[in-house]
Ligand binder design. Structure first.
Ligand code: MG
Length: 334
């Protein structure tokens, strides 16, 4: 619908921001050539994301053979490359998800950017441009229709709903306690979108295994993956990926906006483009140890219900969510 066509096979993209994508990289992989268009103000990690869109080889599995030395955070503009660069890629498609904790995405310690730093990232023209490009490229497949009058809850998976680093015979053992109760209650007031920094395959498999998809008690509106993220740069913390809610707001403006959206993630940096909408959930780790005591989703259900009737969630400071529910609980006339 609002989304632009995929770039595969089109050397002259008809996308309205084609002029921004000023670098064409010809990627040779597995006996085929892929034309990948990317802007020079992006980093190598964005190039890898684009390659992943066309080849489905995950960025972490890609090895790019090039005479130039670079890492994922290298800006393409800093490389001495002309347009129509040819590079060879080595990498394997993951046909089956192997649950291998050692191999799953690296944990980078979370950090909170200073207010100035965060404001700068959000308002930087180059980041707004990255977001606009993402809005043009990324396709959100609706699993269920958006519902009029509902707020929007965006949820991370790893360490938020699921302990992806522990092992168990049954994935249900690694599910955060009260997940289904939480989603069932939230669904009355909120549409639910799941957004993980991993691949769509992993998101689908995981959500299916936990019986979140096709659950009789609630419906998931959509699933988003790492390709929907953008890479930003801060002076204090270098280059990192984040989840810009502006993507969802731009694609579904009739339903969702900065006033009716809340996002739960264990990594604060994921909401750097929209700090006012993010709530930093405590990570659910060491499931076998913490399964019997973790109450985070029970308490957050209370919060979601308490704020559901507010017209503008932007007025809230989600850092104070726990004291907010304490106030609501306290009897008015003691
Ligand atoms: Mg997480």
């Amino acid at each position: 619908m609002e989304n632009m066509e995929n770039m595969e096979g089109s050397s002259s993209s008809s996308s309205s921001c084609a002029s921004e994508e000023d670098l064409t990289v010809v990627v040779k992989w597995s006996g085929r050539e892929y034309r990948v268009q990317v802007s020079r103000d992006e980093s190598v990690s964005e190039l890898k994301r684009r390659i992943c869109e066309l080849t489905t080889v995950l960025p972490k599995r890609q090895k790019l053979l090039s005479p130039h030395k670079f890492t994922d955070v290298t800006l393409l503009s800093s490389l001495p490359i002309k347009s129509s660069l040819k590079i060879t890629m080595m990498g394997t498609v993951e046909d089956e998800i192997i649950v291998d904790p050692v191999d799953s995405p690296e944990i980078i310690d979370d950090f909170e950017l200073g207010q100035d730093d965060a404001a700068e990232i959000k308002d930087k023209e180059v980041n707004k441009q990255k977001l606009r490009r993402r809005i043009e490229q990324y396709k959100i497949k609706l699993l269920n229709p958006c519902r009029e009058g509902k707020k929007l809850l965006v949820l991370d998976i790893d360490y938020t709903l699921f302990d992806h680093r522990s092992t168990a015979e049954n994935p249900m053992e690694l599910m955060r306690p009260y997940l289904h109760e939480f989603l069932t209650t939230a669904y009355a007031e909120y549409d639910i979108i799941i957004w993980s920094a991993t691949s769509m395959k992993w998101v689908e498999v995981k959500m299916e295994q936990l019986r979140v998809l096709n659950n009789p008690n609630y419906k998931i509106t959509a699933l988003l993956d790492h390709l929907a993220m953008i890479t930003v740069q801060s002076d204090s913390h270098g280059v990192f990926d984040c989840k810009p809610l502006g993507l969802i707001w731009a694609l579904f403006p009739k339903y969702y906006n900065h006033q009716n959206t809340i996002m739960f993630d264990d990594l604060k940096r994921n909401f750097v483009m929209n700090p006012q909408n993010g709530l930093a959930i405590r990570p659910f780790r060491k499931a076998h140890l913490n399964r019997s005591t973790d109450q985070e989703l029970v308490k957050l259900t209370r919060y979601l219900l308490a704020i559901a009737e507010l017209d503008d969630l932007n007025q809230l400071d989600h850092k104070k969510w726990e004291s907010f529910i304490e106030q609501v609980k306290r009897p008015r006339h003691a």
